[in-house]
Design a protein around this ligand. Structure first.
Ligand code: SAM
Ligand code: DTB
Ligand code: SF4
Length: 333
C-alpha cells in the first residue's frame, strides 16, 4: 500500500482533521490545536507520512550562522542576549569587515554548509549600511552558497535592493502567537513583523520565519504561531523552530524547563500544516538529547545549523552532530 493511501486510510479511522495532501492556506486555530492534541503516535505518523511526500526523510539541509553585528540592540526581546535592555555580558560591537565575513563563509562552505546566514542585532536596517550588505551578499554568492540575512525591519526599497543584490532568504521571526507577543517584546508590534515579511515576499526573496517555544506560552499560543505562519499568502520557504535558550541576565533566564515532547509536537504540526517548507531545528539543540533530536527529524524537521556557535550562544559540536547523523543514517542534502 502506498503511503498516500495509508495516510488516507488512517485518517478515515480517526476523528482528527485529515492531513490533506494538498497545500492549504486556510488553517484555523482549532484545527491546529486538534492536531497538537492528538496522541503522540498518531501525530508523528501523520507528520512523517506528509514529510515523505515532499522530502527525502534521510537528508538534512545545513546552514551556518554568523553574527555580523553583535549586541547593543535597541529592542527589548525578553529572550535575547543581544538586547541593550539586559545585562547578559554581550558587548555591542561594530559591523564585521566584509573580508572577515567572506573568510567565515568560505570555511562554512568547506565544512558542508549550503547556506550562509548572517545576523545583525539591529532593530532595523539603516541605509548607510546598505552598501556593505550588497557587497557581502555578492561575495557570499560568488562562493556558490545560498545567502540569508536577518537585519531587523526593512523598508520597501531596502527589501528590493537586497533582492537585487541576490539575497536568497530573509529571516524575520514572528516568534509567538499574536496574543502572547506583548509578553515577549514591547518595542515593536506583531504587525510590524508581518509588514517586513510582506516586503520581503513582494521583493521576490524567500521568507524564513518561525518562532521560539518555551517562553511560557500556552499550547494555544503555539497553535496561534503556527496559524499565523500557515495562513500567510505563501508559506514561508523556511520555518525555524527554536527552543528557548535561557540566557543569564534576560527576563526569561528563570523560565521552567520545557517538555521536549511538546517541542516535538510543535515541529510535527509545523510539518503537517506547511508540507513543502524547510522546518529548521534551530536554537536549543545544545540542550537536547540525541533521542530528542531524532524525534524532531521523525516529526519532519529537515534543516539545522551546524557549527559550534549560533549567533552568540553555543550550538552542538560538529563531531557530535556528525556522529548523530551517522547513527540515524542521515546525510547533508
Ligand atoms: N535582530 C534581528 C531580528 O530580531 O529579527 C535578527 C537577529 S535575532 C537574534 C534572530 C532570532 O533569533 C530571533 O527572532 C529569535 O527568534 C531567535 N533567538 C534569539 N535569542 C534566542 C534565544 N535565547 N533562544 C532561542 N531563540 C532565540
Ligand atoms: C533563528 O530562528 N534562529 C537563529 C537564526 N534564526 C538567526 C538564531 C538563534 C539565536 C540564538 C541566540 C544566540 O545565538 O544569540
Ligand atoms: Fe534585537 Fe533581534 Fe535580539 Fe530582538 S531578537 S533584541 S531585535 S537582536
Amino acid at each position: 500500500m502506498s503511503l498516500v493511501t495509508e495516510i488516507d486510510n488512517f485518517a478515515a479511522t480517526t476523528n482528527h482533521p485529515t492531513p490533506s495532501s494538498e497545500i492549504r492556506f486556510d488553517w484555523t486555530r482549532s484545527e491546529i490545536l486538534e492536531l497538537l492534541d492528538q496522541s503522540f503516535s498518531d501525530l508523528l505518523f501523520q507528520a512523517q507520512s506528509i514529510h515523505r511526500k515532499y522530502f527525502d526523510p534521510n537528508k538534512v539541509q545545513v546552514s551556518q550562522l554568523m553574527s555580523i553585528k553583535t549586541g547593543g540592540c535597541a529592542e527589548d526581546c525578553k529572550y535575547c542576549p543581544q538586547s541593550s535592555h539586559y545585562s547578559t555580558g554581550i558587548d555591542a560591537e561594530k559591523l564585521v569587515a566584509t573580508d572577515a565575513i567572506l573568510g567565515e563563509a568560505t570555511a562554512a562552505r568547506d565544512g558542508g554548509a549550503s547556506r550562509f546566514c548572517m545576523g545583525a542585532a539591529w532593530r532595523d536596517l539603516k541605509d548607510r549600511d546598505m552598501e556593505a550588505m550588497v557587497e557581502i551578499i555578492s561575495g557570499v554568492k560568488s562562493l556558490g552558497m545560498e545567502t540569508c540575512m536577518t537585519l531587523g525591519m526593512l523598508s520597501d526599497s531596502q527589501a528590493n535592493t537586497l533582492a537585487e543584490a541576490g539575497l536568497d532568504y530573509y529571516n524575520h521571526n514572528i516568534d509567538t502567537s499574536p496574543e502572547f507577543y506583548g509578553n515577549v517584546i514591547t518595542t515593536r508590534t506583531f504587525q510590524e513583523r508581518l509588514d517586513t515579511l510582506e516586503r520581503v515576499r513582494d521583493a521576490g526573496m524567500k521568507t524564513c520565519t518561525g518562532g521560539i517555544v518555551g517562553m511560557g506560552e500556552s499550547r494555544s499560543d503555539r497553535a496561534g504561531m503556527i496559524e499565523a505562519l500557515a495562513t500567510m499568502p505563501k508559506h514561508p520557504e523556511s520555518v525555524p523552530i527554536n527552543l528557548l535558550i535561557r540566557i543569564e541576565g534576560t527576563p526569561f533566564e528563570q523560565n521552567e524547563d520545557f517538555d521536549i515532547l511538546e517541542f516535538v509536537r510543535t515541529v510535527a504540526v509545523t510539518r503537517i500544516t506547511m508540507p513543502k517548507s524547510w522546518v529548521r531545528l534551530s536554537a536549543g539543540r545544545d540542550s537536547m538529547s540525541d533521542e530528542a533530536q531524532a524525534l524532531c527529524f521523525l516529526a519532519g524537521a529537515n534543516s539545522m545549523f551546524k557549527g559550534d556557535k549560533l549567533l552568540t550562544a553555543n550550538n552542538v559540536a560538529e563531531d557530535k552532530d556528525k556522529a548523530l547523523l551517522k547513527r540515524l543514517g542521515m546525510e547533508f542534502s
